[in-house]
Design a protein around this ligand. Sequence first.
Ligand code: NAD
Length: 434
Amino acid sequence: MRIAMIGAGYVGLVSGACFAEFGVDVTVMDVDPDRIEGLRAGRMPIYEPGLDKLVEENARDGRLNFTTDLAEAVRGADAVFLAVGTPTRRGDGHADLTYVYAAAEQVARAAQGPLVLVTKSTVPVGTGREVQAIVRRVRPDLPISVASNPEFLREGSAIGDFMRPDRVVIGVDDERALTALKRLYRPLYLIETPVLAVSLESAELIKYAANAFLATKITFINEIADLCEKVGADVHDVARGMGLDGRIGRKFLHPGPGYGGSCFPKDTLALARTAQDAGSPVRLVETTIAVNEARKAQMAERILAALGPNPAGRRVGVLGVTFKPETDDMRDAPSLVILPKLVAAGVEVRAFDPQPAHARQALPAAVSFAESALGAAEGADAVVVLTEWNEFRALAPDRLKAAMKGGIVLDLRNVWDPAAMRAAGFTYSSIGRP
Ligand code: NAD
């Protein structure tokens, strides 16, 4: 089969490379010429473990091509996937569908025969119908089927997630689209991946409901962690005791400074807006959004309080600024809320992140960057862990202590053992642990 992937971002590039690995002939198209030129030269526009090798091998074998020419990508394609961004629309929290609708129209104009137009981007309920209307208006002459195939991969483990998903969701209106998508995902039948064929509306809502549920689960354990601190319980014991109940499950019960990233914040907001418009508000999700926003600000206050009554002029070393480990993505990272508040209070902030490609532009210019974790800790009054990169777990407490001027450690990801840190002489605090 032959497909086109419109958008060479985290989702488009990973999905395109994985489909090529499945043996499909894939052309990835993006409007950004630098991105495409870089990809042709083997340079990845994003950091995702294993992606460079997967792209290189499939490009070398001729199954994965890159272009800025939409017509070239669409020519001869059995299916065209839209994997463009759907950021929060300025002002009202709705998903901005400008890129999706523009790309759908361009694909319809470029189509030379029947094809299946698949929305992989996360889009609110009703978008598939709107895409159908666009396609029918632009190309009444062609049988173009519209489908929804939301993507559930996680940055940092995107390739494994795509190759071994918990499920594949296919929203369709007609057999032709279903047959084409089932053919594309055939390799996953071997590992018995459940494939759900549902309506366009259900597929669109599954993605938002899943993300909102996960965001709520994180927010729930964050609030329980706060309660643990007040009453002397250990959130890890509580989470384990809860999570061993099969109805609850152990995943996503790890407390932290609040969820961030390119999906949960914007998707919870968009779901809340969709639900309000439909006259069926999701108040639990609205509360999750509010609690999470407040939490990020509280984390800055917690750091400032630990620095004492005069935080101005004191130095903080920050370990990790990306929204999670194993990615360079800074979109809606908690650091974007926390670090500006520290800077505004006159704190000298020196950060280290193993993948700082986007961090420098995203954070205030006053934040300086070190080349290593110990470099960020050098001369610091306090060290704060914001992202749980594995290498931070391996830092020897005595070396950290020797590098710092003071001994305050705020471990907002619970990467270290409280007893060991206190034994090493630190004034150590973490989330939800005595
Ligand atoms: P991204 O910003 O990394 O990539 C989007 C790409 O689309 C950019 O390279 C941009 O240049 C390109 N683009 C925009 N308009 C275009 C057009 N008209 N034609 C061609 N290319 C165009 O975005 P992403 O993180 O890959 O997310 C894409 C979608 O997938 C979003 O809806 C997102 O919610 C969803 N999603 C993301 C993730 C994730 O972990 N990032 C996971 C699941 C779903």
